[in-house]
Write a protein of this length. Sequence first.
Length: 128
Amino acid sequence: MTVQELRPKQCTCGNMTVALPTPYHTHQVLELPPFALEVTHWVLHQGWCPDCERWRKAQVPAAHATGYEPRFSALMGEVAGTYGNGRLSCRLFVFGAVGAHQLGTSKIQIGRQCFYVTMLQDYPKPQL
């Protein structure tokens, strides 16, 4: 949060000073911080094992296997679930708000995430 103090300027009578300046109003201006996706590319390598004569392939760590991290999942859940948007609306939101149109297969992942969230809307809500 930033606070900017504004003092009265020169009076219409020409006087340059005011006595007993006190705050009378606070005007707030809101802005979101820059929003950007953090994309991690997991480059999986493979290699030939000369002993057992088989190809060995690296695997994506289990914690990252879905391709969705918690904050992204929460955002898509909010956009799709709370506001009832479909896959196209979710993709348009992410591409427009984040500029993620260059992410290739991520548009498929975004669509899947929104699809799963909208599927959950069809299930009966728990009675509290």
